[in-house]
Design a protein around this ligand. Sequence first.
Ligand code: G3H
Ligand code: ZN
Length: 278
Amino acid sequence: MKLVNGFDLMEFAKKHHHVLPAFNTTNLEMTIAIAKGLMDAKLPGYIQISSNNLKLSNPRIIALMALDAVKNSETPIGLHLDHGKSFEDVKACVDAGFTSIMIDASHLPFEENIEECRRAAEYCHFYGIPVEAELGALQGKEEDVVNEAECRTDPDMVADFVERTGCDTLAVSVGNVHGLCLDPRIDIPLLAKINEVSAVPLVLHGGSGIPKEVIWEAKKHGLIKINYGSDLRKEYIRTFGESYEADHNEHDVIHLSIEAVENVSRKARELVTMINEN
Ligand code: G3H
Ligand code: ZN
């Protein structure tokens, strides 16, 4: 199968009542592992890469790796830009064949956030690619970006933001935290309020550590996509770390990389199955 267009992927999810996981990749092994996890589970989702990570794997390389990784897939898989930092990154990813895009201007004042998102949406929509925008800000650590302050999404701003940006999905801050937070407190009543006024489906970042019952509840209030980064990265690093702990002379990178692919794909399979269990 080819990488699936983001609009088609969302339609498929709605039709089959799925929540779509978006798994952050970093490199070749993570990309293969994510695709394998989704294919083993026979459930749809995204491979995604953040703007920060593009300095390691540029958009064209990541698109080629993702295309190859999904070539035998019978389940729809998309390739998404996560936390798109600039219009240049958005453009580079669309041009490289990404199938959906996030523009993250949530750190900017409201009007500037709208302006950035609108510009990205106009470009992406011309090529038939959906856009995720973010209103509010999450606490925690997303790769090398640390944010101490939390700013929950204000439901009163949602309708105006969605309409004027032209975004196709909305990432919200409702107590979700980036990083390995073991006890995130998701404010479901706030999510429900946002959903009532949002013309588009909702996205939760900071998926690692959110209990399945909370995700199932969120699904009743417009959740279509949930992002997982740390849970998979931990599996990848654990593989090498445990081996090094056992033998400081360990140097079998090939064998360990294959093991890392197995461990990450098992985790991805577990997560996509868990969120779609109910
Ligand atoms: O954009 C990516 C994420 O929101 C990942 O969050 O590392 O807490 O799972 P996480
Ligand atoms: Zn995120």
